[in-house]
Design a protein around this ligand. Structure first.
Ligand code: SF4
Length: 249
């Protein structure tokens, strides 16, 4: 028998013993409730072009959005094209982005990715997942951010909030971001992907943070199996992997 691909996890019925259809209905119900609760949810990174969003997203790894916005404000005035970024000396760029942390890796990622943009795409940021993830400094999360928020296409953006809340809502029992992305694709129709990512992430910032979720104020509590245990995932889940800090590509 052929081996199962790691990116396509087996269907997990969860504590509610749901079918795919039931989970789809519950997820859409949750999305509607979150949209009503947060009508102004938005991407907290400042940008006005796909290139700026790409750079800001690379810088946002292990860094607050506020800090990224402070760092990018003068940089976006100085460097406007992919060629500008690719031409910056590695050490000079490291100094400019130092406050965002992991500045050596981030500087390398920005320089190599923008150089590749010039070489393969005439300096433009491509608008497909395949072309974006083929770039050396771009992972699936950054690619989906660009698709969803620079090109108005559909993408599931699995960040730390999305992982935590998907598990609390028993939408997945996975830990790996790519497996969570594929598990979500199985029950959620494509037209909801970008909105679902944005509103779940916003919910994670406001009402459902890691330490103390405010379940009493949560508009999704009627659809959340973790509500009664104040955000604790009490049903049987996989063994979590050892915690490790993810370095940017
Ligand atoms: S009910 Fe609690 S744990 Fe569930 S989504 Fe809402 S805040 Fe998070």
């Amino acid at each position: 028998m052929a081996a199962r691909k790691p990116s396509q996890p087996r269907w997990w019925a969860g504590p509610l013993k749901e079918t795919q259809e039931q989970r789809r209905e519950r997820a859409v119900r949750i999305l509607r409730a979150l949209k009503k609760q947060y009508p102004d949810a938005h991407v907290p990174l400042n940008y006005s072009t796909p290139l700026q969003l790409m750079v800001a997203t690379i810088l946002s790894a292990q860094c607050t959005d506020k800090r990224v916005n402070e760092v990018t404000k003068p940089l976006f005035k100085k460097y406007t094209k992919a060629a500008d970024w690719a031409a910056i000396d590695q050490e000079a760029l490291e100094e400019e982005i130092r406050p965002t942390g992991f500045f050596r890796n981030k500087a390398r990622a920005i320089r190599t990715t923008t150089a590749e943009l010039i070489e393969k795409h005439g300096g433009r940021v491509p608008d497909t997942l395949e072309k974006l993830t083929a770039l050396r400094g771009i992972g699936r999360k950054t690619a989906n951010v660009i698709l969803a928020h620079a090109y108005d296409k559909q993408g599931i953006i699995v960040d730390t909030h999305f992982i935590r809340i998907s598990r609390r809502l028993a939408l997945t029992n996975e830990f790996d971001p790519v497996k969570i992305e594929f598990a979500t694709m199985r029950f959620l129709p494509e037209r909801y992907w970008s909105d679902f990512s944005l509103w779940i992430t916003w919910h994670g910032r406001v009402i459902c943070p890691a330490r103390t979720p405010s379940c009493g104020d949560c508009p999704a509590r009627g659809s959340c199996p973790a509500a009664e245990s104040a955000g604790k995932v009490t049903w049987r889940v996989k063994t979590p992997p050892k915690p490790q800090r993810r370095r940017p590509a």
